[in-house]
Design a protein around this ligand. Structure first.
Ligand code: HEM
Length: 384
């Protein structure tokens, strides 16, 4: 494993994962250095719902929309735990359809599905991410990768933990669980950046999704004939219950859409949240010592980091009917079931070190053992 990891191109790793670097800034169109908590607090204090995108409400720069991206006619942003929770808990009124147009190049996937369809598809992947599968993830990938990455930096005395550790642990875990060879690992992450980059044109996003399919396709074909103890083989073994109650295996297109989503969710969010958790602990030595002394505190530390500073503070929903949210009238979005841009979208934000969260809550429902188990594995050898 050490030799294999040593083959990864360090310049490419830094390019892809350095949050202050030009590559990331160009793709996200935002700035990781901006502290938006004061803005969030102001927004919450002046009302739970504001018209406009989160960036507009907070007065932050926002990338110009690129061709093919959904451009809703009216956008409202919800702030504060109760209001955001009310949106997430009412999928009938606030549908996830908006997520489908955001991630449409993945192929039809659960992020943009609602109701029974969402439940049927979610039931396929859920078992692989349940708490009782954490040991499976840890034994096969997380513990070994954590040890190897820390071995590489321990003797040096200092390291860029974000790039050399936090970025690689989730990426190698998730690509390892897909049976993707080390040679394709960074290429896949690069393609994911292309698929989701806020400033990337639609044609380029489609091309990147196709290129990712070319890497994943042969793995899917191989596992169909020779299953292994990995995630693709599990997805191929599981069955989905169709609307009429019959059970069937997933098609290659469905596996591919799941694979693109899980690779994206598993290698980006977890990287940033791991770095946030480590940053918080390293800057509070008493807390780090407490976690070292009593491993049962690790879980709380991870949950608290999700509440304190989330990696992805905005998510989208489309109003399916006229509604009232936090005293503000939200007009129904017409044609929200089509692939056309949803006219009325609600964005949700509300994270603050001192107050309520939105995606923190949502991330807890995300069932991401890799996120929690990775963070847990690394705190056992967190650098001093
Ligand atoms: C700390 C790390 C993570 C955070 C903060 C996070 C956050 C989220 C959030 C907020 C959602 C809900 C989006 C919405 O409803 O609009 C979500 C969905 C999802 N995430 Fe994560 N996630 C993390 C790690 C992971 C990992 C490691 C995986 C898989 C390996 C994963 C797989 C998924 C999947 C499959 C969904 C769609 C679930 C559904 O629609 O039912 N996530 N994640």
């Amino acid at each position: 494993m050490l030799d294999e990891i040593a083959r990864l191109d360090p310049v490419k790793i830094r390019t892809l994962f350095d949050t202050g670097g030009e590559y990331r800034r160009a793709r996200s169109g935002g700035d990781f250095a901006v502290d938006f908590h004061a803005g969030l607090r102001r927004a919450r204090e002046t009302g739970p719902v504001h018209e406009g995108t989160v960036e507009q409400v907070l007065g932050l720069p926002h990338p110009a929309p690129v061709a093919g991206r959904a451009k809703p006619a009216a956008v409202f942003s919800a702030f504060g735990y109760d209001t955001v929770n009310a949106v997430f808990r009412d999928p009938e009124t606030y549908s996830s359809e908006a997520m489908q147009s955001t991630f449409d190049t993945f192929g039809r996937n659960i992020l943009g599905m609602g109701g029974a369809e969402h439940s049927r598809h979610r039931a396929v992947v859920q078992p692989s991410f349940n708490r009782n599968m954490m040991q499976w993830w840890a034994d096969r990938w997380i513990t070994g990768i954590t040890g190897t990455l820390l071995d590489r930096i321990e003797s040096r005395g200092s390291a860029d933990l974000n790039v050399e550790f936090c970025a690689l642990l989730p990426l190698l875990t998730i690509t390892g669980s897909f049976g993707i060879g080390m040679d394709d690992t960074l290429r896949l992450r690069e393609l994911i950046e292309q698929m989701i980059g806020a400033t990337v044109e639609r044609d380029d996003r489609i091309a990147a999704a196709a290129a990712a399919g070319e890497i994943l396709g042969p793995v899917i074909a191989d596992r169909r004939t020779a299953p292994r103890d990995d995630l693709i083989s599990k997805l191929l073994r599981d069955t989905i219950r169709d609307e009429d109650g019959t059970r069937r295996g997933l098609t290659d297109a469905e596996i591919l859409a799941f694979a693109r989503l899980i690779l994206t969710a598993g290698s980006g969010t977890t990287w940033r949240q791991l770095a946030i958790t480590l940053w918080a602990l390293l800057n509070a030595p008493d807390q780090l010592d407490a976690v070292r002394r009593d491993r049962s505190l690790v879980r709380n530390a991870i949950e608290e980091s999700l509440r304190w500073e989330v990696t992805d503070p905005t998510f989208f929903r489309t109003a399916t009917r006229d509604a009232e949210l936090g005293g503000v009238a939200i007009p129904a979005g017409r044609g929200s079931r089509s692939a056309s841009p949803p006219p009325t979208t609600t964005r949700n934000a509300g994270t603050t070190p001192n107050g309520s969260t939105c995606t923190g809550r949502c991330a807890r429902t995300c069932r991401s053992p890799a996120a929690r188990t990775s963070a847990s594995a690394c705190t056992s050898r967190a650098p001093r």
